[in-house]
Design a protein around this ligand. Structure first.
Ligand SMILES: *[C@@H]1O[C@H](CO)[C@@H](O)[C@H](O)[C@H]1NC(C)=O
Ligand SMILES: *[C@@H]1O[C@H](CO)[C@@H](O)[C@H](O)[C@H]1NC(C)=O
Length: 432
């Protein structure tokens, strides 16, 4: 009886909340997460070598997992313990192969992204610790309240966020395969929803992948399949925080981890190199790093990479990243775009290093932004597309909301859902 009563209440609530739309009327929606925003699995082969026995053990198996030797590499709370942090860093490390001009995993480490197509691996980073590893869960819940249903008209596009994309003419096997899968997911989502074009909603780094996907496909394809692109907290021109990551390590706000334990691994991440501040957006004059001996603006990234002791990064940065961020990726896609950003949160703007060099965390001068992405980067496309008549762009600014807070804050979620509802009520075709 009690169960029935609860069920009736739930149905009643669902009817009230869904008064605005029936599911069938909604445009399908695809969520594309940011850096570190979905689960990543790994498995070790005979070629894996480590000085620590601990690193050979797949992390704790949980009972609902199958008997295969795949384990969750990101995220598992064990990596908070320093011996496991070392294993994690080793297993996450990427290598750049100058002969192939592409990145690959370390020897003996295979990785895969679980649940492509579903929101499952981006709602929670660890399904056993939902309360502390929730990522897009609240956003998904809010979308469900207006009639979205996972696997029906709501989809997730998780990816291996360590890899990035490269400028035209350079291979990026993993990143390009993701763009291919995402394109297919968009087409499938449209096909199973009466041919309606999709709404793509990204968070952070996901926005750069989506914009590249749009610009790498013909305008006719974009107009046919993409109703609207909603970019949350997109770092269009990179971040100063990424400089801090390269210089001194940064723990993605995970507490207790010694940043120097993950610094080497973070330096090898192709997507981190992609997120270094763009000279076009941050300018050649503005000093981002000041040390005892030198100063660096966004135009000095190659010299900066040498000086911090990561010369391996210079060549891929110059050949693969610079042309991409300077000439290719901020082109107006000519489909409707809404940027939703937080601002008014202290965001690293200039880093000061003293006599102890880059191993010690710097003194930081803060400026405006969302705590992670600087204002100039959040607003880069607004400035760039202002005189492009074919580019419908709306920017929604939410004060006091942080980079990931935008996925949880009640006011932010309300604005996001209102925007999605508005997009759904605009008749397709009016944009062109
Ligand atoms: C798209 O649909 C086809 C045909 O049903 C299927 O084979 C393919 O795996 C789907 N791709 C994605 C990315 O969902
Ligand atoms: C600055 O230069 C001195 C002398 O060349 C060197 O010993 C020191 O390590 C440098 N400091 C930094 C922070 O690079």
């Amino acid at each position: 009886m009690k169960g029935l009563k609860i069920l009736l209440v739930l149905i009643d609530m669902a009817l009230t909340l869904c008064a605005c739309h029936s599911s069938a009327a909604l445009h399908p929606l695809i969520l594309v997460p940011g850096n570190g925003g979905n689960q990543l699995e790994a498995r070790l082969t005979g070629a894996f070598k480590s000085s620590s026995l601990l690193c050979y053990q797949p992390f704790l198996h949980h009972k609902e997992e199958d008997k295969s030797d795949w384990f969750r590499l990101w995220f598992d709370p064990k990596i908070l313990l320093s011996p496991f942090t070392r294993c994690f860093a080793q297993q996450m490390t990427l290598y750049y192969d100058p002969d192939k001009d592409d990145y690959h995993n370390g020897p003996g480490v295979e990785t895969r992204v679980p649940f492509f197509g579903s929101t499952q691996s981006l709602a929670y980073l660890d399904p056993n610790l939902k309360h502390i590893t929730s990522y897009m869960a609240n956003l998904v819940k809010s979308l469900e309240q207006i009639g979205y249903i996972d696997g029906v008209n709501l989809f997730g596009a998780p990816y291996d966020f360590r890899y990035g994309l490269a400028a035209e003419g350079h291979p990026s096997f993993v990143g390009s395969r993701f763009l291919h899968d995402l394109k297919e997911l968009i087409e499938n989502a449209s096909a199973t929803n009466g041919g309606k074009p999709v709404i793509i909603m990204s968070h952070s780094l996901g926005g750069l992948f989506v914009l590249n996907l749009l610009n790498r496909n013909p305008l006719s394809w974009r107009r046919r399949y993409v109703k609207h692109f909603v970019a949350l907290s997109a770092p269009w021109g990179g971040t100063v925080e990424e400089i801090l990551t390269f210089a001194s390590g940064y723990t993605l706000r995970v507490p207790f981890i010694d940043p120097l334990l993950v610094r080497e691994e973070q330096r090898t991440s192709e997507s981190n190199l992609w997120l270094l501040p763009s000279p076009k957006i941050f300018g050649q004059m503005k000093l981002l790093v000041i040390t005892q001996n030198a100063t660096y603006s966004a135009s000095d990234i190659p010299r900066f990479l040498e000086d911090i002791g990561f010369p391996q990064g210079v060549q891929p940065y110059k050949s693969r990243i610079l042309p991409l961020i300077e000439h290719e990726q901020l082109i107006a896609p000519e489909v409707a775009v809404t940027c939703i950003i937080g601002y008014g949160v202290e965001t690293p703007e200039t880093l000061f290093y003293g006599s102890e060099g880059f191993d010690k965390q710097p003194e930081v001068v803060y400026g405006d932004g969302d705590g992670t992405v600087n204002m100039v980067s959040l607003l880069a496309v607004e400035a760039k597309w202002a005189d492009t008549a074919e580019q419908p762009l709306k920017v929604i600014r939410i004060p006091g909301v942080s980079h990931t807070g935008i996925l949880n804050d009640i006011v932010a979620l309300e604005k996001i859902i209102t925007e999605i509802s508005d997009i759904n009520s605009v008749v397709t075709g009016s944009v062109a």
